[in-house]
Design a protein around this ligand. Structure first.
Ligand SMILES: Nc1ncnc2c1ncn2[C@@H]1O[C@H](COP(=O)(O)OP(=O)(O)OP(=O)(O)O)[C@@H](O)[C@H]1O
Ligand SMILES: [Mg+2]
Length: 393
C-alpha cells in the first residue's frame, strides 16, 4: 500500500492541465485571420479610443472561446505595460447569466474594494454602481459574453451600449461588447432583437479540417503527454471521432480521457482501444446530460420510472408509472398529460436506450410494457434533480 496513487509505473501524462478547457495555448493554429480581425477591432483602446462591438459565431469546437481568451490576454498584457486603464472581463454565460451577477463579476475585476451585495438590489442600482465606479476610476471595460445564448436578460447589451450616449458614463470611458455564440443562426436572431441597435461586426469561425485538428492535437500532446506515449494513429482516431465537422473540443476531450484510461490501467502507451473506450464513455455522458434539457413532463415520467424501479426493485408497468406521474403533477399544481402521451414518452426513453420497455401480451387483458431502467440510475436521478422544480418530489 505504499504507492496508492500508482505513480511508480510508466508515466502517461506530463502536464495534464494542458488538456483542460481553460488552457490557452501559446500558439493557435489556423486562426490568424480571426485573431488579427479581433485585435484590430480592440486596437482603439490602446489610444483611449472607442472599440467596436463584435459578435463571434461558429460551430462547436472551432476555437471561438480560445481565440477570445488569447486576444484578451495579450490585450491585458499590453495595456498593463502602457499603464492604460482598460480591463477585459470574460463571462461564461452558462455559469453567470443574470444581470446582477454579471455586474458583480465586473465590479470585482474593476474595483475589488467596492462592496456590493451579490443579490437583493434592484437591477437599476447595480447599473448605477457600475457607472459610478467606471467614472471614478476612468476605466474602459471589454466584456466578452461566452455562450451568449444562455444569457437570461439580453437587455444588458442595450444598457451597456447607451450608457455612453445618455451620459451615464464619461466621454473617455467606454464599454466594448464581445458576444460569442455556437448557434450559427444567432446573428440573425440577434439582429432582430438586441444587436440591431448595436454597431457591431460579425466574425465567423469556419470549421477546422482534419489536418488542422491533427496538428492542434499533435502540439498539445507534446506538452501534455510523456514522450512517445501517443502515436499518430491515436491522434487520427481522435480527430475522426470528433464529428463530421471536427469539434476540436471533443477531440481534446477524447485524447484526455483515453490518456486517463491508459493511465489507470497501467498501460505503457495510449492506444486506439483506449480512444474507443473514451468515446463510449463521452457519448454515454452526453446522452445523460441531455436529459437536463427535457420538458418537465418527460422529466416527471422518468423520475416516476426511477422511483418505482428503485422501490419495487423489479419491472413496472405503464399504469404504475402513470399513477405516480399524476401524483407528481398534482404536487406541482400541473395538469397531467393523458395516458397516450405518457406512453409516448416511455417509448421515447426506450428508443434513446435509457430504459428497456418491451411490450408483453397479457392474454385477454391486452398488452403492457414491462419497464426497467438500464443502468446509471443514480446518475440519471442526480441529473433530474438539477431541476429545482423536482427538488421536493
Ligand atoms: N487554433 C487552435 N489552436 C490550438 N488549440 C485550439 C485551437 N482551436 C481550438 N483549440 C482547442 O480546442 C478546444 C476547443 O476550442 P474552443 O473551446 O475555443 O472552441 P469553441 O468554438 O469555443 O467551442 P464551443 O462552441 O463548444 O464553446 C480548446 O481546448 C482549445 O484549446
Ligand atoms: Mg466556447
Amino acid at each position: 500500500m505504499n504507492d496508492i496513487f500508482g505513480t511508480d509505473g510508466t508515466q502517461i501524462f506530463r502536464n495534464r492541465a494542458a488538456l483542460s478547457s481553460k488552457y490557452v495555448p501559446e500558439r493557435l493554429i489556423g486562426r490568424e485571420k480571426q485573431i488579427v480581425e479581433l485585435a484590430l477591432l480592440m486596437r482603439p483602446v490602446m489610444h483611449n479610443g472607442e472599440l467596436t462591438n463584435v459578435l463571434i459565431s461558429g460551430n462547436k469546437g472551432t476555437g471561438k472561446t480560445t481565440v477570445v481568451r488569447f486576444v484578451l490576454k495579450q490585450l491585458s498584457n499590453n495595456v498593463e505595460n502602457k499603464g492604460l486603464n482598460v480591463v477585459p472581463i470574460f463571462i461564461n454565460c452558462q455559469k453567470i447569466s443574470t444581470t446582477s451577477k454579471i455586474i458583480v463579476e465586473i465590479l470585482n475585476k474593476v474595483s475589488p474594494e467596492t462592496e456590493v451585495p451579490r443579490t437583493g438590489l434592484s437591477v437599476g442600482k447595480y447599473y448605477r454602481t457600475l457607472w459610478k465606479v467606471l467614472n471614478e476610476k476612468r476605466t474602459t471595460i471589454i466584456v466578452a459574453f461566452d455562450d451568449v445564448d444562455s444569457l437570461k436578460d439580453k437587455n444588458i447589451f442595450n444598457e451597456f451600449n447607451y450608457a455612453g450616449e445618455n451620459m451615464s458614463i464619461e466621454e473617455d470611458v467606454f464599454i466594448g461588447i464581445v458576444g460569442i455564440s455556437d448557434n450559427l443562426f444567432f446573428p440573425e436572431k440577434v439582429e432582430q432583437n438586441i444587436f440591431s441597435a448595436l454597431q457591431h461586426r460579425n466574425i465567423v469561425f469556419p470549421p477546422y479540417n482534419k489536418e488542422q485538428v491533427e496538428q492542434i492535437l499533435d502540439e498539445r500532446c507534446a506538452i501534455a503527454f510523456a514522450e512517445g506515449v501517443v502515436d499518430e494513429e491515436v491522434i487520427t482516431l481522435c480527430a475522426e471521432l470528433s464529428g463530421n465537422e471536427y469539434d476540436c473540443g471533443k477531440a481534446l476531450r477524447l485524447l484526455e480521457s483515453a490518456g486517463a484510461i491508459a493511465d489507470i490501467s497501467n498501460a505503457e502507451k495510449v492506444t486506439e482501444k483506449h480512444v474507443l473506450l473514451a468515446n463510449e464513455e463521452i457519448e454515454k455522458n452526453d446522452l445523460l446530460n441531455s436529459l437536463e434539457s427535457l420538458p418537465i413532463n418527460s422529466k416527471l415520467v422518468l423520475l416516476s420510472i426511477i422511483k418505482l424501479t428503485g422501490k419495487l426493485n423489479d419491472k413496472v408497468t405503464t399504469g404504475q408509472i402513470e399513477m405516480l406521474y399524476r401524483n407528481f403533477c398534482e404536487h406541482l399544481g400541473m395538469i397531467p398529460l393523458g395516458r397516450t402521451s405518457v406512453s409516448g414518452i416511455v417509448s421515447e426513453f426506450d428508443m434513446m436506450g435509457i430504459i428497456s420497455a418491451p411490450v408483453r401480451s397479457r392474454g385477454r387483458y391486452g398488452k403492457t410494457r414491462l419497464i426497467s431502467i438500464k443502468n446509471n440510475q443514480k446518475k440519471i436521478e442526480d441529473i433530474l434533480y438539477r431541476d429545482y422544480r423536482l427538488k421536493e418530489l
